[in-house]
Design a protein around this ligand. Structure first.
Ligand SMILES: Nc1nc2c(ncn2[C@@H]2O[C@H](COP(=O)(O)OP(=O)(O)OP(=O)(O)O)[C@@H](O)[C@H]2O)c(=O)[nH]1
Ligand SMILES: [Mg+2]
Length: 300
């Protein structure tokens, strides 16, 4: 437990990271806590569950809530549930970090601007500044958005490269209330190992398969046992159609092998032990459009 003296009280608080899909919210959270607990990919809507990432630094415990990208493009039960998650997160936190992309402000960003809370401090983070061709372009871009809301701070960062992320932590610190730590100093997430295992597999599917499959797939753990210094895990990938199953398996099972092997390596790194992993694919039609089915898969 970190030292707490009357002169240096401990601060602990919740910070929601929000923004439209693909701006780099999960990359930012991973960078801030120094571990990959939230999956990331080039595809929009990678994050589907709220994930808490914990960082304890200098008498402060930051509990980041990574949220699914807020989006208005598609209806459907899954998106309703995802947006509900974001709105809920906003009501329960001490500070909000709104992430946008440098030089790219879309209608989906407008939609997020409209749901920013009036009574909670909001920090605007302008991400991906490493992609800027001309640094001078940034100022007029930032000024326009700064006029639209009373931001506590505006911080340009590169989540990927870790540029200015410590500045963000420093600005967040005074916004967190005096509280004892809620988690152990070396905890990095409140999510159980089995959940992290499904997320890691989902990341590999997102990264290794075509555009059509990922949105219609989810992962469930069928077996999870702890043996001496080893986890034995069997996981099923649920897809909506036979054609998706074929796409995930790939020619001669090649893609499936890569998904399983890269997932196993990430799990061993995150869990710090050996992992024996088996992955199967099953067809289960229409899960993404049925609220009852979503509930049974852990989407609340
Ligand atoms: N160049 C650059 N790319 C970045 C940066 N941060 C994130 N990315 C990339 O942007 C893509 C999306 O990143 P994610 O962290 O998955 O984005 P997200 O906002 O969590 O997306 P959803 O979960 O789908 O809402 C990935 O390909 C990241 O590698 C950055 O600072 N610079
Ligand atoms: Mg994400």
């Amino acid at each position: 437990m970190p030292n707490t003296t009357p002169e240096t009280p401990f601060h602990t608080g919740f910070i929601a990271i929000i923004g439209r899909p693909n701006v780099g919210k999960s990359t930012l959270m991973n960078q801030l806590i120094g571990q990959k607990v939230s999956i990331t990919s080039k595809k929009a809507q990678t994050t589907r569950h709220r994930i808490n990432g914990v960082l304890t630094q200098d008498n402060t415990q930051y509990i980041f809530v990574d949220t699914p990208g807020f989006q208005t493009k598609h209806g459907g039960a899954l998106n309703r549930v995802l947006n509900r998650n974001v709105s809920q997160a906003l009501g329960e936190v001490d500070a909000v970090v709104w992430v946008i992309e440098a030089m790219k402000f879309t209608l989906q960003d407008e939609a997020v601007l409209k749901i920013l809370p009036a009574n909670t401090p909001v920090i605007l983070v302008i991400n991906k500044v490493d992609t800027l061709e001309k640094k001078n372009d940034l100022l007029p871009f930032v000024q326009k958005i700064a006029e639209r809301f009373n931001f506590k701070h505006i911080i340009p960062v590169s989540a990927k490269k870790g540029v200015q992320t410590q500045v963000l932590l420093d600005e967040l610190k005074p916004l967190l209330p005096e509280n004892p730590p809620f988690f152990d100093e070396d905890d990095i997430t409140d999510r159980p190992t089995r959940f992290l295992a499904t997320e890691i597999i989902r990341e590999k599917i997102f990264r290794l398969s075509g555009d059509e499959v990922p949105y219609g797939c989810t992962v469930v753990i069928e077996l999870f046992t702890e043996e001496k210094n080893m986890y034995r895990i069997a996981a099923a990938i649920l897809v909506e159609r036979e054609a998706h199953k074929a796409m995930i398996i790939g020619q001669g099972g090649e893609r499936m092998k890569r998904i399983a092997s890269e997932a196993r390596q990430d799990m061993e790194q995150l869990f710090g032990c050996k992992v024996f992993l088996e992955v199967f694919v099953k067809v289960r039609g229409g899960w993404a459009n049925n609220e009852a089915s979503l509930k049974s898969l852990g989407y609340e």
